[in-house]
Design a protein around this ligand. Structure first.
Ligand code: MSP
Length: 719
């Protein structure tokens, strides 16, 4: 039986139209789902909408609709978007393979599923009821903070009232040790590894029991046995992953549930992909909710929780109210209007720009540049020039490599040549396996460059087309180049499904090799093209874009889309965005913004001679070399970056005031100097455990990071 792979994206709040940032998670998962299918897995892939809670209730009221009707209408936007992005959808309970399954939490099966999970946890003694005290905004009818400390509502600004009510609590504190044991036993449970460190230190700092019901909220799932309470939205939302695969159907879930919801190494994997903002809900609450319902059944836990970074636009996380939102539809349409495959171009660009897991910035400029350099000049050019030469010089028939093998076996048949080619495939598959999707794109571009410009330039088949004595060379070189096109198309298919399908048709190999999505990436062998068979009609796949014209068209389409949908632009934007539920509390975060804390740049030398210190004083400062493993912006802080620095013995989290001068993605892998024995402190609520050493240049104190002239191991002491 085929191994199973069950992949989920978060379910989206349907109150806002999805933008490029929210589409990102689903696009990435579509790539992974296609890849796994091409490795012989039986894949289930799920997304959906998170339809309960006060935010939706309020949006429905503002629209003059019942919450039920409101969410039913809004969910259609999501289904339409995935279809538009070339991801065919089926709405729950339909569940054919090869579709993106779509669950929504207003479905009656979901009510059963949430109640079922809860009842099991309650029977196991993990639910009790006691007094809840927190801050509630009566005006906006919303829970503002779980703490009793005075605070203003972050929407209307009025002081939130201290309320108390009887709520049901989940005994999260009972799972502290179980969670730490889980992380110890399965170090890959949370990925990337620096995210695992964040999660562990959060759990180690102590877990409080959490309220999982609400009495003042109406739009939610009824609490079993208590008509006055509804479920806390996150308990409800997380359980949708189980509902979507059939948990509510039958006594023990549907046969599909039995098949996919299992974590059995080598047999079944269960991966939750999500943005880093909702990591704690997935890596802490969710496994605890499952363990409470299914103690001693580790196969019920997911295999992997993978948190990816954010897509920024104009230096900030995309948000409609800030006016810095980019929507996918006009991008796709604008590129399509040039005859370019808009969807594929967008997918490629989103994956290519930053190491997967890190934040990345979206720009129209970058999109066009990437498209032209990697797709038009890269894969597209290799395909079209090779196919055109086959038409011109080989009557449109796949040529033979046999003569070339006799004369120069080192090019194709020799073991070194074969090993080199196989290495390309292996490395690309390995990067896919590790979800290193930017590396996948980089390596595919590398394969294309090797067999495109480099290989063709080395053998110049076009110089020998008139000489019948050199036909073996022209034929052999073209065969090898055609094979590179075929391999690149198969390897890139999960990322560029539409374009590679067209390349496949042009290679004319479907008749004897089958469809491109039926090819096995894990078993990809070179030399499958059959000499003597006819190729299809060569047509340009990735027409080169004129930058100015493309930028103008993208802006024109975005503008038309904005006016159609009444979206404000940054400068005109007036509203402020309600903050997301904070990661530590189960009520929305509500801390007023503090003045930005930036690590003090080394002071400018005062005019008087600075006091001298003794060597003993200097020795107190522990400076070490470190390597930056991850870097991301801190929301709301224009100057700060949060860095994860490997100092040999551990990964340190350090905040540095360098965001205006350093792009986070470009810092990865850089060796820096860190002051390792500073007292930890919090900046913008983020713990900083050390300081990065930088020179301070000019009046503005521009920071320039100190680095090394030669490679040094991480953790080397500076003396
Ligand atoms: N409804 C919750 C999830 C419940 S899952 C059981 C939620 N919804 S959301 O609509 O706000 O976000 C959905 C996903 O989109 C999250 O993974 C979030 O991180 C991602 N993104 C939303 N904006 C984003 C960017 N600008 N960039 C990248 N991903 C972002 O949270």
């Amino acid at each position: 039986m085929k191994p199973t792979f069950f992949l989920t994206t978060p379910i989206y709040y349907p109150n806002a139209r999805p933008h490029v940032g929210s589409a990102y998670t689903t696009i990435v998962c579509d790539v992974l789902a296609r890849y796994k299918r091409m490795c012989g897995y039986d894949v289930a892939f799920l997304t959906g909408t998170d339809e309960h809670g006060e935010k939706l209730e309020r949006a429905a009221a503002a629209a003059g609709q019942s919450p039920h009707d409101f969410v039913a209408e809004k969910r259609k936007l999501f289904v339409a978007l995935w279809e538009k992005l070339g991801i065919p959808v089926q709405i729950y309970p339909e569940s054919d393979k090869d579709f993106l399954r779509f669950i929504y939490t207003d479905h009656p099966d979901h009510v059963r599923s949430v109640q079922r999970l809860l009842i099991r946890a309650r029977e196991n003694g993990y639910i009790d009821s006691h007094r809840y005290e927190g801050r509630y905004c009566v005006f906006d009818e919303r829970y503002v903070s779980d703490s009793t400390d005075p605070v203003n509502c972050d929407i209307c600004g009025r002081p939130a009232e201290l309320i108390s009510e009887d709520n049901y609590f989940f005994k999260l504190s009972a799972f502290e040790q179980h969670l730490l044991d889980l992380y110890e036993r399965r170090p890959d449970f949370v990925q990337p590894d620096y995210r695992m460190n964040e999660v562990k230190s959060f759990v180690k700092s102590g877990l409080r029991d959490i309220s999982v019901s609400r009495s003042r909220l109406k739009w939610g799932i009824p609490w079993p046995g208590d008509p006055n309470q509804v479920f806390y939205v996150w308990y409800d939302a997380l359980t949708s992953y189980m509902t979507g695969i059939g948990y509510a159907q039958g006594e023990n879930g549907s046969p599909q549930f039995q098949r996919y919801w299992r974590n059995q190494p080598g047999e079944s994997e269960l991966v939750h992909m999500l943005g880093k903002d909702i990591l704690r809900f997935h890596a802490i609450y969710w496994p605890a909710f499952i363990m409470a319902a299914y103690p001693g059944q580790p196969e019920m836990l997911p295999t992997t929780i993978f948190a990816h970074g954010w897509i920024y636009y104009k230096q900030d996380k995309m948000s409609k109210s800030k006016g810095n939102v980019v929507y996918p539809e006009p991008i796709v349409e604008a590129l399509d209007s040039f005859g370019a495959p808009g969807n594929d171009a967008l997918r490629y660009y989103l994956l290519r720009e930053a190491p997967f897991g890190q934040d990345t910035s979206f720009s129209y400029d970058g999109l066009i540049q990437r498209y032209n350099s990697d797709l038009a000049n890269g894969l597209g050019n290799l395909a079209s020039r090779t196919l055109a030469m086959v038409v011109r010089n080989c009557d449109g028939i796949v040529p033979n490599v046999a003569e070339l093998n006799k004369k120069v076996p080192g090019l194709w048949e020799a073991p070194e040549a074969q090993a080199g080619r196989e290495r390309f495939v292996r490395d690309i598959a390995l990067a896919y396996e590790k979800f290193e999707l930017s590396i996948v794109t980089e390596r595919i571009a590398g394969l294309v460059a090797h067999y495109g410009d480099e290989f063709m330039a080395a053998h110049k088949p076009w110089e020998h087309t008139k000489d019948p004595n050199q036909k073996w060379l022209v034929d052999g070189v073209l065969y090898i180049a055609l094979e590179a096109v075929r391999a690149a198309a198969v390897l890139a298919h999960p990322i560029l499904p539409a374009a590679t399908r067209r390349i496949w048709a042009q290679l004319g190999c479907a008749e004897y090799l089958g469809r491109i999505d039926e090819q096995r990436i894990d078993e990809l062998k070179w030399g499958a093209l059959r000499p003597g068979t006819r190729i299809g009609n060569p047509e340009p796949i990735f027409p080169r874009l004129d930058k100015a014209a493309a930028l103008a068209r993208l802006e024109e389409y975005a503008e038309a889309d904005r006016s159609r949908n009444n979206v404000k632009e940054a400068a005109k934007s007036v509203e402020t965005e309600p903050t997301k539920p904070s990661e530590t509390s189960n009520a929305p975060a509500s801390q007023p913004a503090k003045a930005e804390a930036v690590p003090a740049a080394p002071a400018q030398a005062p005019s008087a001679e600075p006091a001298k210190i003794s060597i003993e004083d200097f020795a107190k400062v522990e400076m070490r070399s470190g390597e930056i493993k991850a870097a991301e912006r801190i929301p709301g802080a224009t100057k700060l970056l949060k860095l994860q620095v490997d100092i040999g013995t551990e990964i340190r989290q350090v905040c540095a005031g360098i965001a205006e001068y350093y792009e986070p993605g470009k810092l990865i892998g850089m060796k820096v100097v860190i002051v390792a024995n500073l007292q930890p402190r919090k900046m913008r609520g983020v713990e900083s455990n050390g300081m990065i050493v930088a020179a301070s240049i000019g009046d503005q104190g521009r920071p320039v990071l100190v680095t090394f002239g030669e490679d040094v191991p991480n953790g080397a002491r500076l003396k």
